[in-house]
Each structure stands twice: as C-alpha cells, then as structure tokens.
Design a protein around this ligand. Structure first.
Ligand code: NAD
Length: 476
C-alpha cells in the first residue's frame, strides 16, 4: 500500500497539520491501494499565506518572466508524460489512451497559455481612457477527480499567465496523481509560493478557500450542487467565481444523418473517459421515423466498445473511480428499468468478462422520454438514453429541455441544417458532424452548467479585471 503524506507549501513538501487518513481503493482489484493523510483548514491557511506573500512579490512580474515559467512548466510536464499516464491508469482506472491524452493536454495547457500571453494586450486605449487588465490576486483552484492533471494544469496556466498566485485544492480521490504532478511541477523551479497544492476534503480545505478574505477568486470544476454552495459562500467576500459544472448533453441525429458514420461517434461521445465526463453526450435524440434503425445501430456501436483492464491499449471503458460511483451508476440503470426504459444493450451488474472491479456494463436505454430521471440527471457513467422526436422543432425543444447547457453534438448530411440546429442549442460548445479538440476555444456552460469560460483568451480574462485610468497623458 502506498502512502501520500505531504502537501506543497511555499515551494517545499511538508507534512500536513491535518491527521485524518483516507484509504483509496484500486478500482480494478478493489484492494486498498493508497493511504492519504489529508490536509485541514490550518494547512489551507498556511498555503493561502504563502500565496499572498508571493503575490506581493510577483504581481509585477513581466510578461517575459511569466512566459519563461510557463515554458519550464510545459517542459517538466511533457517530459513526465509516461509516468503521469501510468499513475492515472492505476489510481483512477482511466483507459490508457484517455489517460495519455489527459497528460498531453495538461502539458499543452502551459504551452497554450504561453503563446496566448505572448500577444495578449494587457493595456489598451478605450476613447479617452487607458484600460489596464490587472491580475486578481491569490486564486483558489478547486478540481474534481475525473481528469486531475488536466484541470490543475489548465487552471494554473491561466492564473500564472494573468500574474496571480494560486492555492490548488485537488480532489482527495486523486491524491497519488496529485503527489506525482506536484513533484513534476516542482522540477520547473518556480518561485516559492507561486503555487501551493493542498490535498484535503472539500468541506475543510475547499470551504476555507471559499471563506478566506485573502482569496480573490475561486475557479471550480465539479458538480453543480457543490458549485452552487461555492457561489453562495463566495458572495460574502465578493470573490470572483468561475464554475465548470455538470451536463446532460444532447446528441442530435437529424433525419438525414448517415447512421453508419454517426453512431460510433455518438457512442464515443457518450462513453468518453468511461462516461465520467462532464461533456458526455448522454441523451441521443433520433427521428421517430428511423427509431428502430437507430436502436439497432447505437446498440451495435456500444457492443463494439471494449470494457476492461485500463492498461490495455484496446480498452475504451475502464472501471468507475470508486465503489460509490459504481453503485451510483448501478442505481441509475435499475431506475431506468423501473421507469420503463428498454435495455437495448448492457443492464445492471458487471460485464461478464470482469469478475471484480468497479466495472459497469455500457448501457443504452430505448423508449426514454425526456422527463425520466435517466434523461434528466447527470449519471457520470457509460449510460445513454435514446429519445425519439417527431420533427426538427421538437428535437431542438427536447435538446434544450434540461437545466444544463454545457455541450451538444449535431449530425446531419446537410451542413447548413446542422449549423441552423446548432445555433438554436443553448450550450457552451456544439460539435457539428464530429468530435473535436480545440484547446483555445472557450469552454463552459450556459444555465446550471456553470459561470464563465475557461481556455484561450476568454479563459485568461476570467483571471483579470479591467482598471480604467483617465487623464493618463495629462501633465499638471
Ligand atoms: P464534486 O463537486 O464532488 O467535487 C469537486 C471538488 O470540489 C473536489 O475537489 C471536492 O473535494 C471539492 N468540494 C466538495 N465540497 C466542497 C465545498 N463544500 N467547498 C469547496 N470545495 C468542495 O465533484 P466530483 O465528484 O469530484 O466530480 C464530478 C463532477 O464534476 C460532475 O458533476 C461533473 O459533471 C463535474 N465536472 C465538470 C466539468 C466541467 O468542466 N464542466 C469537468 C469535469 C467534471
């Protein structure tokens, strides 16, 4: 069994003041795997003090200096890609291809922030005013377990590009990945206190970040329920808040779509990262006139997805992260059956080939109406609901009939039609006729999928605040 018993404050690895111990289990063997000593509020306050002291020094750092730091971080993470991948596969159970992509994206976020910083106009003239974009101060970065490296690195890259210092509170379920990533980031030799990493629970370390007057902004990725509590808590000190929350994204197949091409993509959109993805296309909207054909095609596409050992290069879907998550997904599959959903493939229990581990059967429900729980709630597992619509108008109405608005996918043989439908979907990102990765396009949600945007220039500006100087050229 491994032990994680350090946190990172002011450039050094320290023993936490907190003494609560959490045991993490291997999601494949279900054996105890890691013993984590959790940080507490005292540790959080020490990390905030270190970041505040560093901010006083670093707020005036030059663009060139920050670009150098980002380059060093990029090099450190890129050089450790294999090691990072292996630990993500082991601790989280992420399929190796997904895990490798996460490690690559984590490194790339520093390179991308660096090139953004090279050209970003921190000062501009607006009529008679000189407008300067100022960093916010110390930022608190709170991240979930489903792509630990990616979220930490993308948030940190923007904080550094903006000229802020950071206290990072990763998910306690990613303790080993965080420990390794911290060692990797430490190799970049950044000034002490610029970033601090404190693994502890949300209601202790996370809540302290939200409460503390020296934190100017919280950037949070996680569930909508916790996001709401953070927004409420942040109001007392008027913290700026960016929230990247849940989703229940529609994949709309228009009636002219080529199902042979679209269904494998729809299946991939539903099950990416073992279905533990905020952007999962978990509702498949199909024309009623082609319902039977759609049922057969999506079931066949799901049956083609290999479930099993996440270390295997062919695996598409690994185990769920924890027993709790496994049970949550099982409960939704049973609920779908109770609600009258027709199991087209999958169902309750483990796949036959998996004797143990938190594996679930990739499941497609037909006969789903959009008011059923499996169509409304974010399940966060490889479970897809097929919903029939009568015409384009109804497809758009059903797609938008959700409290979420993170993502959508539209497939059609007629590009103009696909674009028209895409323009009517209330979501932060819409993919047309494919699956894409554009790391500088804004990412975030409408409605209860969040506040604000991450990535690219929109992401950077969430860490900046405009200050207008009038009389900038006046000599008295
Ligand atoms: P979660 O909301 O339970 O936890 C996220 C983080 O918040 C963790 O670090 C947790 O310890 C912390 N936290 C919990 N309670 C807190 C509190 N009271 N104050 C401050 N921090 C607190 O989410 P999770 O289970 O780790 O992740 C899954 C969820 O994340 C899903 O709902 C998913 O949709 C969402 N998610 C969203 C995006 C996105 O970009 N929109 C991406 C990935 C995951």
């Amino acid at each position: 069994m491994k032990t994680v018993d350090s946190i990172y404050i002011n450039g050094s690895f320290e023993t936490p003041h907190g003494s609560e111990v959490l045991t993490l289990f291997d999601p494949v063997s279900e054996e105890p795997a890691t013993s984590v000593v959790l940080a507490d509020e005292v540790d959080a306050r020490r990390a905030i003090d270190a970041a505040a002291a560093a901010y006083r020094e670093l707020a005036r750092s030059s663009r060139e200096q920050r670009m150098t730091w980002l380059q060093r971080l990029y090099q450190a993470v890129a050089a450790s890609e294999e090691e990072l991948t292996a630990v993500m596969v082991e601790e989280y159970g992420g399929p190796v291809r997904t895990s490798r992509a996460t490690a690559k994206r984590a490194a790339a976020s520093f390179a991308s922030a660096r090139s953004l910083l090279a050209d970003y106009p921190f000062e501009r003239q607006i009529a008679s005013a000189r407008v300067v974009m100022e960093p916010l101060g110390v930022v608190g970065l709170i991240t979930p377990w489903n792509a630990n490296y990616g979220f930490i690195c993308s948030k940190l890259s923007m904080a550094i590009a903006a000229g802020s210092t950071a206290v990072i509170k990763p998910s306690e379920l990613s303790a080993r990945q965080t420990e390794l990533l911290t060692r990797v980031l430490h190799r970049a030799e950044l000034p002490p206190g610029l970033f601090n990493i404190v693994t502890g629970k949300g209601d202790t370390v996370g809540a302290e970040l939200v409460r503390h007057p020296d934190i100017a902004k919280i950037s949070f990725t996680g569930s909508t329920a916790v996001g709401k509590s953070i927004a409420r808590g942040a109001v007392d000190t008027m913290k700026r808040v960016t929230l990247e929350l849940g989703g229940k994204s529609p994949t709309i197949l228009l009636d002219d779509a080529d199902f042979a091409k679209a269904m494998p993509l729809a299946a991939a959109a539903a099950t990416f990262n073992s279905g533990q993805a905020c952007l999962a296309g978990s509702r498949l909207l199909v024309p009623r006139s082609r319902l039977h054909e759609a049922h057969e095609a999506i079931a066949a596409a799901f049956k083609n997805l290999t479930v099993g050992d996440p270390r295997d290069e062919d695996t598409c879907i690994g185990p769920m992260v924890t027993r709790t998550q496994y049970e949550r997904v099982q409960a939704y599959i049973r609920r779908g059956i109770d609600e009258g959903g027709l199991v087209l493939t999958g169902g309750p229990g483990r796949p036959e080939e998996c004797e143990r581990g938190y594996f679930v059967r990739p499941t497609v429900f037909g006969n789903v109406s959009n008011d059923m729980a499996i169509a409304r709630d974010e399940i966060f597992g490889p479970v897809l609901s097929v919903i029939a619509y009568d015409d384009e108008e109804e497809a758009v109405r059903i797609a938008n009939d959700t409290v979420y608005g993170l993502h959508a996918y539209v497939f059609s043989a007629d590009l103009a039609r696909a674009r028209r439908v895409a323009s009517r979907i209330v979501a932060g990102r819409v993919f047309i006729n494919g699956l894409y990765d554009e790391p500088v396009a804004p990412f975030g949600g409408f409605k209860q999928s969040g506040w604000g945007r991450e990535f690219g220039v929109f992401g950077l500006e969430q860490y900046l605040e405009p200050k207008a100087l009038l009389g900038y050229d006046n000599i008295l």
